[in-house]
Design a protein around this ligand. Sequence first.
Ligand SMILES: [Zn+2]
Length: 122
Amino acid sequence: MNASATTSMDIQPDVQSLLKKCPLCSEAILKEAKKCRYCGEFFDPELRASTKTLSQPEWNPSIAAVLSLLLPGGGHIYRGKVVKGFLWLILVAIGYGFYLIPGLILHLVSVSFAAMGNPMEG
Ligand SMILES: [Zn+2]
């Protein structure tokens, strides 16, 4: 009988059950780990989501353009530029109210402005 071998065999599965293999770097890490300490990969879905959103565009130029086409300033409001959006809405409304063509031009300008800029910066 080899008591020490039996003991180590008993301990081994417990350690193994606490560890998992990182899918990215294949290092053994704790199962409860939310982030790999070797490569920095996130395992927690919420943490992963929060880090992913950082690199995703904050707005879509196409949506901004369509919204501005439907409602002057709508694209700006969608991008969080509420004051600018309402200014465009008033400006385009004045343009439409007084002269048909400047209103249309202002409307199209508001559409192109809404779709302009860097989507990563908001
Ligand atoms: Zn890793």
